[in-house]
Design a protein around this ligand. Sequence first.
Ligand code: NDP
Ligand code: GDR
Length: 359
Amino acid sequence: MTWTSTEKRVALVTGVTGQDGAYLAELLLAKGYEVHGVKRRSSSFNTQRIDHLYQDPHTEGARFHLHYGDMTDSTNLIRLMQEVRPTEIYNLAAQSHVAVSFESPEYTANADGIGVLRLLEAIRILGMEKQTRFYQASTSELYGLVQEVPQRESTPFYPRSPYAVAKLYGYWITVNYREAYGMHASNGILFNHESPIRGETFVTRKITRGAARIEVGLDDCLYLGNLDAKRDWGHAKDYVRGMWMIMQAPKPDDYVLATGETRTVREFVEMSFAELGRTIEWQGEGVDETGVDSASGKTVVRIDPRYFRPTEVDLLLGDPTKARQQLGWSPEISFRELVRDMVAADHATAVRERANAGS
Ligand code: NDP
Ligand code: GDR
């Protein structure tokens, strides 16, 4: 299956309302694709991240379309696929919060695990195995309990949460359909990637938003869980470019996308406050550890054990050599630029919110 430059490229993006979905839709539209996004019905607006891409479907030449759908509804997915007949499917939809997966394990398994099977089966039922390429949003969480550092494509998996176990199924069913039916189906094993539009309950955004709100006086303190966890954090813009590159490879395969650097949550806190001109001093130990703003002497970070997970992933550090060598992918945005980008955006929002609160 090779593409010619005159062929119409039609992408179906599940999870289009999420962080990666929004950046990927933007990228694909810029490349001339017709983009169909799948969004869930919700009682309030859930399209804030893609509102700037909206095109009135009545406009001639509109290339961005939204459809209602859900990863737990196979009839819906089959019908959507039949209607859109995508040349590329990016499966980004998932209950993506690791801590939440301990609260809703069955739903997470259904959406994140069986959901992948539903999409792959839809391709098969419609006889589109040779026309449609498939990307599965796999994750560094698959590595879980440390087996090898840095983690690469050959590192054994040891998932540590219902989320990671569900994603393990998604990973292997993608490999299996590739081998069984000759489909162009690939896994991107992506390490953590963040941005100003990252969900507010993931630790990076929670920190940059919290620090910004403390800076402008909207909040006093930020409550966090395990400060010792280490993550390989990159910028989502670099990673959606990597997803697209994986899909353009002549042969389907599985690739790690990572920066090759790792930092603790504690370091992320320090860097974020430093962007706002503050220095954090750590005092105490364990659940009594606090982060004190050295200029004012105020405690701005405390531990809340509620944010500890029943089983934790202590250390993630990826080796993206294969993606660099075979795809020519490497991240372009540094860790410092990532933190700066996120803090600047959250600071601007906090300043606006303070002004609104006062008016
Ligand atoms: P987000 O949580 O920001 O977005 C998830 C998207 O999935 C949202 O659009 C959400 O809709 C949608 N969704 C959730 N459940 C369903 C469902 N049952 N049916 C249809 N849509 C659903 O995640 P990210 O953008 O950060 O991540 C994208 C994908 O990549 C996910 O699969 C995630 O697990 C994976 N991943 C992410 C990494 C990261 O660091 N960001 C790293 C590795 C993998 P709604 O907006 O309505 O909630
Ligand atoms: P993660 O991201 O679990 O790696 O999954 P998250 O930002 O939630 O946690 C990273 C680390 O920070 C620790 N932590 C906290 N986490 C949250 N959310 N809130 C806190 O208050 C807090 N305090 C400390 C966590 O324990 C953890 O060690 C993300 C998701 O995007 C997944 O979908 C994706 O697959 C992986 O990244 C790669």
